[in-house]
Design a protein around this ligand. Structure first.
Ligand code: GLU
Length: 499
């Protein structure tokens, strides 16, 4: 690739289901590189394998990318409604809409005798495969139809015999490329068979469509998962056959994602979709931060990154060859750091949809559903939250009106019930003196601490239990602040009366 070439990268998923972790990593890497270099990010939909199509998959891929904040400059996009649209001057960006283009290039290769129609039936191919297995030979097409004469080909085509088109791979020589992550990769051509470039249904195969499109769309760098390394020599042979090697993109394969045992993520482990993480309540910035670090190492101590920082610091040299470890505990930690940094307003907006689905919230009194109330709750939960689904989960007493506490729950060490009652009364009396307008966290805290003197537990423990009905909870100051003056006094009074 010439150095002055404009950076143009593409994410090219097949619409076969949800966007998974591996796909998100590929999309994100392309995006970070494009933004870092001031280049263009393209979304191309590779839907030529008609048997694997899943209805609605393209929409869901776009939705997941939008959620993650991965913007595109060209290609398939959402129009904000139900359907998709396309933008950019190299379209169409959906491969099934480019059939005519591929046909033209396949015809050219056939004309130049660099490719040939193959009429072998699936039975013949099956027999050939079995024979090869028996003889412990590498599986691959035996070149049977290479030898057909022009007359034979013409007559078979005239008779409408179904056929594919195969690319003629030389039996000698090697194909070499310099992968930007994995370095020099050299393959002997004799191990590559005459691979199919056009299927009998008239659709091109991935190899042909990918090369033609990357060329026509002026792609400068191909970032994709390491599982595509084996396909790259075939692509290079196609670039050579078309005479496009001067403009060939640079290849950059991303290492596999590993599980905690440092094994390649199994299909099941890897089939966690981006939508699942969204539904589980992870902030998009946290998932993006986590996924980005699966692919490259910032080479500094920094672990928490905004998208802007990721863009700024991305470079191909930082991509590590060893796979990144997919560790959900690390995601939870990263997520907690992002939540801590969020403004309470933002946290409110993002977590409210999760809270609204919770029964305890639905059943709560109206004054506990107000923005003001929920924001106060978030203010105190923010420090310990790993995902939005956790809002209120451990502190449901905030939303419930019937807090049940008994004397045992409120007993501080071996004190008597009369001590508990006396301390609750003391707490009640001092809190009652704080007016509605002064009901602030600092005031509540200093008032209760002053009243408790050096016997903190004796006063604070029963007050906290009376307010929450729970053995564990945030501090009584925080709880009283969130609950508000009236409700706090009501709860303490009820506890006093129960003794
Ligand atoms: N359509 C391929 C996929 O589903 C794209 C591979 C590539 O990026 O070349 O991943």
């Amino acid at each position: 690739m010439k150095n002055n070439k404009e950076v143009r990268v593409r994410f090219a998923p097949s619409p076969t289901g949800e966007l998974h972790i591996g796909g998100l990593r590929t999309a994100l890497t392309n995006f970070l590189f494009a933004r870092n270099k001031g280049g263009k990010m393209i979304l191309r939909i590779e839907d030529t394998d008609r048997n694997r199509l899943v209805e609605g998959a393209t929409d869901r891929i776009i939705e997941a990318m939008n959620w993650a904040g991965i913007e595109i400059d060209e290609g398939v996009c959402s129009d904000g409604g139900e359907s998709t649209c396309q933008k950019g001057e190299f379209g169409p960006y959906v491969q099934s809409e480019r059939k005519g283009i591929y046909q033209k290039y396949v015809d050219k290769l056939v004309e130049e005798k660099k490719a040939y129609p193959c009429f072998c039936s699936s039975e013949r191919l099956e027999e050939m495969r079995e024979e090869q297995m028996k003889n412990k030979q590498a599986p691959g097409y035996d070149g049977h139809c290479r030898e057909l004469s022009q007359e034979e080909v013409d007559s078979k085509i005239k008779n409408g015999e179904p056929h594919v088109v195969r690319f003629k791979v030389s039996d000698s020589g090697t194909t070499l490329h310099n992968d930007l992550v994995f370095g020099k990769i050299e393959v002997e051509n004799r191990v590559l068979d005459d691979f199919v470039i056009m299927k009998s249904d008239g659709f091109p195969t991935y190899h042909l469509a990918c090369v033609v499109d990357d060329h026509l769309m002026k792609i400068s760098h191909v970032f994709r998962g390491a599982e595509w390394i084996a396909s790259t020599p075939k692509h290079i042979l196609l670039y050579e056959a078309f005479g496009w090697t001067d403009e060939m993109p640079s290849f950059c394969h991303m290492p596999s994602i590993l599980n905690k045992n440092k094994k390649k993520l199994s299909k099941r482990e890897g089939s966690v979709s981006v939508a699942d993480f969204k539904n589980e309540g992870y902030p998009p910035e946290a998932l993006v931060n986590f996924i980005a670090l699966l692919g490259w190492n910032p080479k500094t101590e920094q672990e928490i990154f905004s998208m802007e920082e990721l863009i700024d610091q991305f470079s191909i040299e930082k991509i590590h060859r060893a796979g990144g470890v997919f560790d959900l505990d690390r995601l939870a930690w990263i997520s907690a750091q992002h939540i801590k940094k969020m403004s309470t307003e933002d946290l409110y907006v993002q977590s409210l949809p999760f809270l609204e689905k919770k029964e305890f919230f639905k059943n709560a009194a109206e004054n506990r559903k107000t923005k003001d109330f929920v924001k106060k709750l978030l203010e105190i939960e923010k420090e310990r939250m790993e995902k939005f689904t956790q809002v209120g989960e451990k502190n449901q007493f905030f939303f419930s009106d019937d807090i049940e506490v008994n004397a045992d729950d409120m007993r501080w060490k071996d004190s008597k019930d009369t001590d508990t009652k006396e301390n609750l009364q003391k707490g009640f009396d001092v809190l009652e003196k704080i007016g509605e307008d002064d009901w602030k966290l600092e005031n509540i805290e200093s008032t209760l601490l002053e009243a408790a003197g050096d016997k903190r537990g004796d006063l604070l423990f029963p007050v906290r239990a009376a307010l929450t009905g729970q053995k564990r909870s945030p501090s009584p100051f925080q709880v009283a602040w969130v609950l508000g003056r009236e409700e706090s006094l009501k709860r303490i009074k009820k506890a006093i009366d129960s003794l």
